[in-house]
Write a protein of this length. Sequence first.
Lengths: 114, 123
Amino acid sequence: DIVMTQSPDSLAVSLGERATINCKSSQSVLYSSNNKNYLAWYQQKPGQPPKLLIYWASTRESGVPDRFSGSGSGTDFTLTISSLQAEDVAVYYCQQYYSTLSYTFGQGTKLEIK
Amino acid sequence: EVQLVESGGGLVQPGGSLRLSCAASGFTFSSYEMNWVRQAPGKGLEWVSYISSSGSTIYYADSVKGRFTISRDNAKNSLYLQMNSLRAEDTAVYYCARCPHDFWGGCNWFDPWGQGTLVTVSS
């Protein structure tokens, strides 16, 4: 299985400041035939199911605020929240779908307000 | 509105069985691949099982293979997970999640997710 490792495990950021979450895969999730990175990001607020934020590593899901952005390629990826809002407090997960039908998630990063 | 609603969770003894259901609405259920994903209390996400739109192709995580059975009834817009020989480590919230259609095909990311149903395996 592809192992996904997120850093840090938890993060405290002041309102209006930038938050950066990293995700590293144990092998490349870049598919050479279409040059796409098979990686998604989710947000999970307490007591709620995960919500899709980003897919193909950098494509924002419809309705997701543009302060959320994804970047990276190959094995190293980043989710950036450009200006943290109170409603962004949540746990964030990355997920690889390169290894189809053996999907794996990162362990999660808990984002709090400083 | 696309909606997935799970049911069937509860407390079961080790070695017991439980059947989860997921009722889908707001989309053409028979056209979409579906999955079960679970989350142990206070822990991360673990993919459990996949079923194709017709039900002809099925996959499981190694941790549940031989004990869990995924199925669907497209006429009833419903997804199921039969769980047998349950263990303490199966304790989790179980989510059903849809595979969105995408130009590149395949089941990639999951969207949306249901609210989940809690399964507790304990004596």
